[in-house]
Design a protein around this ligand. Structure first.
Ligand code: FES
Length: 127
């Protein structure tokens, strides 16, 4: 069996939603101290819905695939739902990650949560 699923390879080779949102109202940056990988998420939230999301990931292929899939999972979703996104859901949507690469999907969960916290701070809204 291949180490990585086709979905992982697809999102790694053709990542969705890469880039920066200039007028983002929620930005989260997280890193993994062990591997040194960094992920940054930009959210544009309007009417409590994630209207747009972009990411920049300086990291391994699984981190890139995880961020790409995570952006697809949260785009157009209400913030209350986005808050509940777990790394497990991201990995499942990618048809799995090798056990020693699960921490890469954790970065995606953390980056999104951190961006939502930033949004809460900026707007004073609670989710
Ligand atoms: Fe660090 Fe994948 S090895 S996030």
């Amino acid at each position: 069996m291949a180490l990585y699923s086709e979905k992982v390879m697809d999102h790694f080779r053709n990542p969705r939603n890469v880039g920066v949102i200039e007028d983002a109202n929620g930005i989260g940056e997280v890193g993994n101290a062990k591997c040194g990988d960094i992920m940054k998420m930009y959210l544009k939230i309007e009417d409590d819905v994630v209207q747009d999301v972009k990411f920049e990931t300086f990291g391994c292929g699984s981190a890139i695939a995880s961020s790409s899939m995570a952006t697809e999972l949260i785009k157009g979703k209400p913030v209350s739902e986005v808050m509940k996104l777990t790394n497990k859901a991201v990995a499942e949507a990618l048809d799995g990650l090798p056990a020693y690469k699960m921490h890469c999907s954790v970065l995606a969960e953390e980056a999104i949560h951190s961006a939502l916290e930033d949004y809460q701070k900026r707007t004073g809204k609670s989710i």
